[in-house]
Ligand binder design. Structure first.
Ligand SMILES: [Fe+2]
Ligand SMILES: [Fe+2]
Length: 338
């Protein structure tokens, strides 16, 4: 009996046609994907001379918005070394991004395969997958051209990655929180770098601008998906979820933002520097907190912030005030791909 109820609830979760506001939002996002999309090989002129990766190009030096880039240890290194580290670090961020997107695509496929006929979510999930496929090609091309053999995520996560998308079918809500845990930090860091205005290598600049422009839709979808479902969850489930969310945010963010062990070894970076950067110094703590203002807002608005959940956010060191609106505070504008 309980099982039938569970299955019924799971099916009902996928019926959205009676919610006009939600279906209109999905239609807008889908139309946006048709009108404004990028192809990694026609919208980026990889073979033009200005895109060439050449030795001693200072534009690969890490920007000050990167925690390592602004660290005195990094800044005291000889220029060639700063360039080498910068190339590896930026290639690794792209590799992590594409590995995360490969998980996301597989999850979206799992979820979409259960959707009933006529569901507008089907179309949008597929649009998003197409865009993510393009992003993975774009990021891999960038890694190949930089020429640093970046491993991406920590090894444990790479091994776990085939299993994570399996939850998207039976447990879409925790899955979409996982999506936010990956997309928010990547998007936040890319926007910060673009806004800093430092002269970047054209590959980096173009790839990031395209990515930020398309991610805006993906993040909107994940937020709206959750906003629609969370308030109707049974109390107990909502409570469990409220404790699970900060943990997922912290764990995934850590995997995405912190370079893997091989990076520190390869460049012989002192342990102290690593500890300070991730996340002992006050600036790095703030950087960590700032990434999740929008998720805290989502949780506060949908009944996922109770005293114990707040404590959990604090233990995970990502507590703080919720944003007042999406992309607040310094993130007021979305940098559009030219
Ligand atoms: Fe993406
Ligand atoms: Fe995305």
């Amino acid at each position: 009996m309980a099982r039938t109820r569970m299955v019924r609830r799971w099916r009902r979760n996928m019926e959205v046609l009676d919610d006009t506001e939600y279906t209109t939002m999905l239609a807008t996002l889908s139309e946006g994907s048709v009108r404004r999309n990028f192809n990694p090989y026609t919208d980026i002129d990889w073979d033009s001379p200005e895109f060439a990766v050449v030795d001693n190009d200072k534009r690969w030096i890490l920007p000050a918005t990167d925690p390592l880039g602004r660290h005195p240890w990094y800044q005291a290194q000889p220029v060639e070394r700063q360039i080498e580290i910068g190339k590896f670090r930026q290639a690794n961020v792209a590799k992590v991004g594409l590995q995360f997107e490969l998980i996301l695509i597989r999850g979206l496929m799992n979820y979409a395969s259960w959707l009933p006929n006529g569901s507008p979510e089907y179309r949008y999930c597929l649009h998003e997958s197409v865009e993510e496929c393009n992003h993975t090609m774009m990021f891999q091309e960038m890694v190949n051209r930089i020429g640093a053999d970046a491993p991406g995520m920590p090894r444990v996560l790479r091994w776990l990655s085939p299993f994570i998308p399996l939850i998207a079918g039976p447990l879409p809500i925790p899955f979409f929180f996982g999506v936010l845990a990956g997309e928010e930090p990547i998007d936040h860091t890319q926007k910060m770098v673009l806004r800093e205005g430092k002269s970047l290598h054209p590959i980096m600049e173009r790839v990031m601008a395209i990515h930020v422009a398309e991610e805006a839709r993906h993040i909107s979808f994940a937020h709206e998906y959750l906003r629609k479902r969370l308030p109707h969850l049974p109390r107990r489930q909502r409570f469990l979820l409220s404790l699970h969310v900060p943990i997922v945010m912290r764990v995934l963010c850590q995997a995405i933002v912190v370079p893997p062990r091989s990076f520190w070894k390869e460049f012989d970076i002192p342990r102290e520097v690593r500890k300070e950067l991730f996340f002992r110094s006050p600036e790095s703590r703030q950087f960590l907190r700032d990434m999740f203002g929008d998720v805290r807002m989502l949780c506060a608005d949908t009944g996922l912030m109770n005293p114990i959940a707040k404590l959990m956010w604090r233990i995970c060191k990502i507590d703080g005030p919720p944003s007042r609106y999406r992309s607040e505070p310094q993130r007021g504008h979305v940098v559009a791909a030219a």
